[in-house]
Ligand binder design. Structure first.
Ligand code: EPS
Length: 387
């Protein structure tokens, strides 16, 4: 299972191709678009989200509502494109820097300068157009397909905001379906009203200051079988793959599982999860401090993974930079942006984690059709129950 995305933030569309899905996976198009809609919400977003009404159009690999086994191609149109048809034209255009909206003062914290040097581009727009977090709309569409595959096997994916700008939400301690429902009602994806109000006030203040703010988000995957991923080879460890996927999200700088970095402060007796056995539950754990992983494999407990997002680097009160034409110090170029995209990033994180889990699921259970996959899965569950 693999995917690629293409497209620029102010270009005509984002495109994704997914290869390796089994045939006969029934797709719920409304549920797919609901995921795109979730990513657009969240307190702290800028004007762009009022322009976009993201929906995914499937242009390959699906017939009469089901996958055929062929690559699935998805397109998410950019409504904003109509304002950029000249600036983002594929054909050469005439005009000056202003009409071309050339970017020559790189924004610290963005890909602008590194990308300009690496790709030998004197218009840094050629870098920022692709490095924009708009690309995550395509990844959410792809993740929504993965999520639907997992749901057929009773695997549920949830997300929540853990903290924004140092304001932390209390542990929700509730069943996953309740967590999904409650976070959906919150503009900052938390379950606690008091925290929500504090986060909103901080985001508003930050925006008024021309600044931006980051935070921590958490993803939970429940209903998993034991044994996704493998201890035998570094690149088959599923926690490692999830870590890579999480840090690949725009502006993410770190990742942890379960109690994560806190494990460094505790003795082993307060870190590891004791093994229990009962007739109805089989093997299970007394706690889930390791976040569902041992030896790079799922242990049957929910996956709990957290990612940290830095504040968005596009600032209305820009930081110091250097003009690439004159080498003179200047403040960085101001581009329209969000003050806080942490709630949206929570949805993106769910999507990339769902993708990695679905990929590991297909690697383990294989099959070219949903029927073959189901049979392999049932057989494995029997084997585990009889162990
Ligand atoms: C982004 C800048 C803003 C955000 C964008 C990410 O876009 P624009 O430059 O058009 O104002 O709105 O996010 C999205 C478009 C999106 O769909 O999430 C950036 O520079 O990363």
């Amino acid at each position: 299972l693999r995917y690629l995305t293409a497209g620029e933030t102010h270009g005509p569309q984002l495109t994704a191709i997914i290869e390796g899905l089994p045939s006969n996976l029934e797709l719920d198009f409304e549920a797919l678009n609901f995921q795109l809609h979730r990513r657009q919400k969240g307190h702290g977003r800028g004007r762009r989200m009022q322009i976009e009404q993201d929906t995914a159009q499937i242009v390959g690999g699906v017939r009469h509502g089901k996958t055929t086994g062929a690559p699935v191609a998805l397109v998410v149109a950019n409504n904003d494109w109509k304002h950029w048809t000249s600036v983002m034209n594929i054909e050469p255009i005439s005009g000056n820097d202003e009409t071309k909206r050339r970017v020559h003062r790189p924004r610290p914290g963005h890909a602008d300068l590194n990308g300009g040097l690496k790709y030998n581009q004197t218009d840094l727009r050629n870098i920022l157009e692709r490095s924009s977090a708009r690309e995550t709309a395509a990844r959410v569409a792809v993740g929504a397909v993965a999520r639907q595959l997992l749901e057929k096997f009773g695997i549920r994916v949830a997300g929540r905001v853990v903290s924004i700008g140092g304001i932390a939400a209390p542990e929700p301690n509730m069943p996953i379906d309740e967590l999904i429902a409650r976070t959906e009602e919150s503009p900052v994806r938390v379950t606690d009203a008091e925290t929500e109000a504090k986060m909103i006030a901080l985001i508003d203040q930050t925006k008024a200051d021309g600044d931006s703010i980051g935070g921590v988000v958490e993803c939970i995957v429940a209903g998993l079988p034991v044994g996704l991923g493998s201890h035998v080879q570094w690149d088959r460890k599923l926690d490692g793959r999830i870590a890579q996927a999480v840090v690949s999200i725009n502006a993410f700088k770190g990742v942890e599982f379960g109690i994560g970095f806190e494990a460094a402060n505790r003795p082993g007796s307060q870190v590891h999860d004791e093994i229990l056995y009962s007739e109805e539950k089989g093997y299970h754990r007394a706690s889930n401090r390791l976040g569902g992983f041992e030896g790079g494999m799922t242990n049957g407990m929910p996956i709990v993974v957290r990612g940290v997002m830095k504040p968005i680097p596009t600032l209305y009160k820009p930081l110091r930079s250097v003009d690439i034409d004159t080498k003179e110090p200047f403040t960085a170029q101001v581009e329209r942006s969000d003050a806080c995209a942490v709630p949206a990033a929570s949805v993106v994180m769910e999507s990339v984690v769902a993708w990695e889990v679905a990929k590991a699921f297909l690697e383990k259970f294989g099959g070219d059709s949903m029927e073959e996959l189901q049979a392999n899965y049932d057989n494995y569950l029997r084997q585990v129950a009889e162990y």
